[in-house]
Design a protein around this ligand. Structure first.
Ligand code: KG4
Ligand code: ZN
Length: 334
């Protein structure tokens, strides 16, 4: 071995992405076609439309990735694909494309868990040191994962209702902000001088789980009460109240988990890792605690296929290959 080229396909939600990565670390190409503009007018991702858009772009993305990487298909060692979790119709498009390629090229297929991909996005830019703890926060996920060794994942906490990004998007929508609302709420929160007080869901003292739906309801109630009083809440103060609550809980639990599991590094991953408030608060706490914090660049935080190739490389090394009857799994445990 030595120079293994893996081509990966990611279509779990609203990004069609294809990447070529060498030895799990060196990105030769990572092309992403986002459907956000299409879904924007509906205020969220419409699954049926997502599937159709993936069908339209997956072949184009494949051609573009191979061209950008400057490789021939015959140079590839394996084809990786996001197997789940995600929207079933969307996942299917990637799975069929990947199987077809693996079959035509007579090379192995490697099914990858989407969250493993988000975590291993960090390996494209950082050297990982185990044991580590990863905080995965996106539109579909909020998980604290203990990673004792390469490719070994133990979920130690997860959301009991809304994902963090989902709560951001719903609160933003109630405030009349465009989809996806996370970045807008983040920006407004940073402009605010004061915060509308909001509750924090700590749950049981020992729990690493999260809950954001109560907070979301509190924000919606505050908006409605202000409306009834004939007054409007300042969007910046409201955003800050919401964001402070989300960030406090995420940071506190991530730090506590890192200490409890003797983590050498805390990894941040997923679309919400782009949040400036979260990054700053985590960086400050990690510095206090003398804990190494790894955050991928923004382009690798949101859904992309390079992270899938990075996670697939570990499976390749371990000989964990998939069969050609691999199924798209909308619900899949890590
Ligand atoms: O990982 P991702 O691209 O897709 C999923 O797998 O869900 O994450 C998208 C999510 C959206 O909910 C979006 O609002 C959120 O990440 N997001 C943010 C920020 N940037 C993106 N949330 C808060 N602050 C941000 N700056
Ligand atoms: Zn994702």
């Amino acid at each position: 071995t030595g120079k293994e080229l893996i081509l990966a396909v990611e279509t779990s939600c609203d990004e069609t992405s294809v990447a070529v990565v060498r030895d799990g670390t060196e990105i030769l190409a990572n092309v992403v076609s986002s459907q956000i503009d299409t879904h924007k007018r509906y205020g969220g991702v419409v699954p049926e439309i997502a599937s159709r858009k993936h069908v339209e772009s997956v072949t184009l993305m494949l051609e573009e990735a191979v061209r950008a990487a400057g490789i021939r298909l015959s140079d590839l060692s394996a084809i990786a694909v996001t197997q789940g979790p995600g929207l079933v119709g969307a996942l299917l498009v990637g799975v069929v494309a990947a199987k077809t390629l693996a079959c035509a090229l007579q090379i192995p297929l490697i099914g990858v868990h989407h969250i493993a991909g988000h975590i291993y996005a960090n390996r494209l830019v950082h050297r990982l040191d185990y044991p580590l703890v990863a905080l995965v926060v996106s539109g579909g996920h909020t998980e604290l994962v203990h990673v004792p060794a390469p490719g070994v994942f133990r979920i130690i906490g997860q959301t009991r209702d809304d994902a963090a990004g989902e709560a951001y998007d719903k609160v933003a929508r109630a405030m009349g902000l465009p989809y996806p609302g996370g970045p807008h709420v983040d920006r407004l929160a940073l402009e605010a001088d004061e915060a509308v007080p909001m509750p924090r869901a700590w749950l049981e003292p020992e729990s690493y789980d999260f809950s954001f739906s109560g907070l979301k309801s509190a924000v919606l109630a505050a908006i409605n009460q202000a409306k009834m009083r004939g007054d409007v809440l300042h969007p910046a103060s409201l955003s800050k109240g919401f964001q402070d609550s989300v960030v406090d809980v995420l940071v506190e639990k991530a730090i506590r988990a890192s200490k409890a599991y003797g983590a050498k590094q805390l990894l941040l991953a997923g679309g919400v890792a782009a949040n400036k408030g979260l990054r700053e608060a985590l960086a400050a706490r990690c510095e206090q605690e003398k804990l190494a914090l790894l955050v991928p660049p923004l382009s690798l935080c949101t859904d992309n296929a390079a992270m899938i190739a990075a996670a697939a490389f570990l499976k390749w090394e371990a000989g964990e290959l998939s069969e050609l009857d691999l199924k798209a799994e909308p619900v899949l445990s890590l």
